[in-house]
Write a protein that binds this ligand. Structure first.
Ligand code: SF4
Length: 703
């Protein structure tokens, strides 16, 4: 292999990349795919073009501070960091430690995520820290913890899917969001065992064409009912794995009762999915579970709901009824989205957690981490607020008055985005670490320019819970700094009572110690072993060989058993709502060409040329009703709401239900899908409702 071995900066598949120096072309390195188990040399077009951003003309390469006229101007690092420290001190002196908040990101390396959590609790003494993974993985994480006592996206190596006879894939469009993933579905697909649940006939749903599986397209927000219906068939037809359930689980009786009312014909009435398809899908899954290999996977489509934890729980219940989790012939997993969505939630960025995926309320965990940090246990704040609630307090009298943002673009990615922007404008002070002037950075009083992926060392944890090395292949611009350096300098200025190393390996060593004994134990992992090519799946206690497959012997609850948890669906819902003719359920999601808020991919010319703006996907019959032609401008609003509208062109598609419209969320301003999504959240996980917002669609004029 020629070049530096590293991984793609974007999604959780963390495809293997080699970076070779280049002196011609727009990027300082040539990117090639390299052999790695999740990607096997494959990359999608986001990965191929990622290096173009390293020398992008819009890159921020010097610190910026807002002057008295309200404009951002360049500044020295001393001035910029001095301003951050003095504002933090001033605001905390008046309003208390929790008046300063920290917002992190699921793309930060493990080292940065760890040090950011420590910085918030030790240097700022604030409980107000959370991160954008709350919008991404929180409901699946809560459901995993509830059922298994631990949450790791895939509790098995991704390559185990290669042998699957059947895969039930709910709410994930992997063919667009992470194309190299699709190769792992090939056996199930070829044997007709791929079952895709999606209200749209997405690129992934199309993999089931020509008898290569089934596409089930439930009405908006009825996926929980569909899952209860599948479980009903498993119970009613005697397809459950009784021995496994007796030996390894608790709660079976309550789940049997909870699925009893959801016979297929009733589920058909609520979801629109034909009863015979529901029966056939359940029987196919059960047959593969019994005689071959079967997996159930969830993605954001079923997770990003205000009852997301219960919906994922229903998927886990189905997997448990079939005897899959922890067996050698299948399992349940959730497909993490962001590059370090897994590691990002393990090391202390979450409002309620300490490193090692420990609960911040657990006295033993607090004592352990306090010792590693060299601070009194009592000085570590308690749990803070989950992301949406934290953002709701911005600029409020008793809320967050100053915010430090690392690796997130909340103006585009948070629900009810215009309210979030208003909150940022109410703040006394906003500092943003980024390498572009993202829509959030544009609102900042101080912008701190940071390194990009190919300019730094560190580790990431991919969707399998596998820890990987990120490696430096390119010199950064002289004015940019790593977040580790920034946190170190700020901690010094704030006279923090602990050390903040700048060397990623030194931070990782501290992370190992802090995570030791926790659910996500990294203590047996080292840079040396990763550099030697050894596999490292957590939990990896010192002296062990790591854990590629979780739950083989026991689940992580004290009694070793998984929990079946009865969940209930509301009846009626959208199908019986008799909406207005111009009323739809809006689902948001991703495009092949763009990643998250688009702050990076919108700046890559080939990606932006291919998808320069969002299109509102709408069924031709619905469009005709509204006199909307393909490409016509449409206005999307929330009924009875004063929130701003979205203006965008339409794209007619027979691949979407007539009662549903779809908008990608990668675009800012009037094209921002999150202008109309609501900040309604799941009471258990804090996950916002991104997938079903009642909207009105009307023709619009645009110059
Ligand atoms: Fe692979 Fe995801 Fe990067 Fe595409 S964006 S190359 S799928 S890691």
């Amino acid at each position: 292999m020629a070049g530096t071995a590293t991984h793609c900066p974007y999604c959780s598949l963390q495809c293997g990349m080699a970076l070779a120096p280049s002196s011609d072309g727009p990027a300082p390195v040539n990117v090639s795919g390299r052999d790695f188990p999740t990607s096997r040399g494959g990359l999608c077009r986001k990965g191929w073009t990622a290096a173009e951003l390293l020398r992008h003309p819009e890159r921020v390469t010097e610190p910026l501070v807002r002057d008295e006229r309200g404009a951002l101007r360049t500044a020295t690092w001393d001035e910029a960091l001095g301003r951050v420290a003095s504002e933090v001190r001033r605001i905390q002196a008046v309003h208390g430690p929790d008046a300063v908040g920290v917002f992190g990101g699921g793309g930060l390396t493990n080292e940065k995520a760890y040090l950011l959590g420590k910085f918030a609790r030790v240097a700022l003494a604030t409980s107000r820290i959370d991160y954008n993974g709350r919008f991404c993985m929180s409901s699946a994480a809560a459901a995993g913890n509830r059922a298994f006592g631990i949450d790791r996206g895939l509790p098995f190596p991704l390559t185990d899917l290669d042998a699957a006879d059947a895969v039930l894939l709910l709410g994930s469009n992997v063919a667009e969001t992470m194309p190299p993933f699709v190769q792992h579905l090939e056996r199930a697909r070829a044997g007709g065992g791929l079952i895709v649940v999606d209200p749209r006939r997405s690129a992934t749903a199309q993999l089931t064409d020509d008898g290569a599986g089934r596409h089930l397209a439930p009405a908006p927000h009825t996926d929980l009912i569909l899952l209860l219906g599948l479980a009903h068939v498993v119970v009613n037809d005697g397809l459950l794995d009784s021995h496994y359930l007796a030996q390894r689980t608790r709660g079976l009786e309550s789940v049997i009762l909870s699925v009893a009312p959801w016979w297929p014909e009733r589920v058909q009435g609520a979801t629109g999915v034909p009863a015979e398809l529901i029966r056939a899908a359940a029987q196919r899954l059960a047959k593969s579970a019994r005689t071959g290999s079967c997996y159930i996977l969830t993605g954001r489509g079923v997770e990003q709901h205000a009852d997301g934890t219960d919906t994922v729980t229903a998927a886990i219940n189905l997997a448990l009824l079939l005897g899959l989790p922890g067996s050698a012939r299948g399992g349940y997993g959730t497909l993490t989205g962001q590059g370090n969505g897994q590691g990002g939630r393990e090391h202390g960025q979450k409002a309620d957690q300490l490193p090692g995926y420990r609960k911040i309320t657990d006295p033993a965990a607090r004592a352990h981490v306090a010792e590693v940090w060299g601070v009194p246990e009592a000085s570590i704040p308690g749990p803070g607020l989950p992301a949406v609630e934290l953002l709701r307090t911005l600029g409020m009298d008793d809320g967050v008055r100053a915010l430090l943002v690392h690796g997130a673009n909340v103006v585009v990615s948070a629900p009810d985005a215009s309210t979030v922007r208003e909150g940022l404008r109410r703040l006394d002070f906003l500092a943003v670490c980024d390498f572009f002037l993202s829509e959030t950075a544009r609102e900042a009083d101080v912008v701190l320019p940071v390194l990009q992926w190919a300019e730094e060392e560190g580790t990431m944890t991919n969707l399998e819970g596998r820890v990987l090395r990120r490696r430096r292949a390119v010199e950064p611009p002289p004015g940019a700094r790593s977040e580790l350096w920034i946190l170190n300098r700020l901690a010094e200025l704030l006279e923090a009572p602990s050390s903040f190393p700048t060397d990623p390996q030194a931070v990782f060593e501290e992370l190992r110690a802090a995570s030791s004994g926790g659910p996500a134990d990294y203590s047996g992992i080292s840079y040396q072993m990763l550099d030697a090519g050894e596999e490292a799946y957590w939990p990896y206690p010192q002296g062990s060989r790591g854990t590629p497959r979780l739950f083989r012997e026991r689940f992580a609850h004290d009694d070793g058993r998984a929990r079946l948890v009865a969940v209930r669906a509301s009846t009626g819902g959208w199908a019986s709502a008799r909406p207005r003719l111009d009323e739809f359920q809006l689902a948001t999601g991703r495009l092949l060409e763009h990643y998250q808020s688009g702050a990076q991919t919108r700046r890559v010319s080939t990606l932006n040329d291919a998808q320069p703006e969002p299109r509102l996907q709408i069924h031709p019959a619905a469009a005709e009703r509204l006199r909307l032609e393909d490409g016509a401008w449409a206005r999307v609003t929330r009924p009875g709401s004063a929130v701003p509208e979205v203006l965008c062109r339409t794209e007619l598609s027979v691949g979407i239900r007539p009662d549903t419209v779809f908008l990608p969320f990668h675009f800012p301003g009037l094209a921002a899908a999150n202008q109309v999504t609501e900040a309604r959240t799941d009471p258990i996980s804090g996950m916002p409702e991104f997938k079903t917002t009642r909207v009105l669609v009307q023709p619009a004029m645009r110059e």
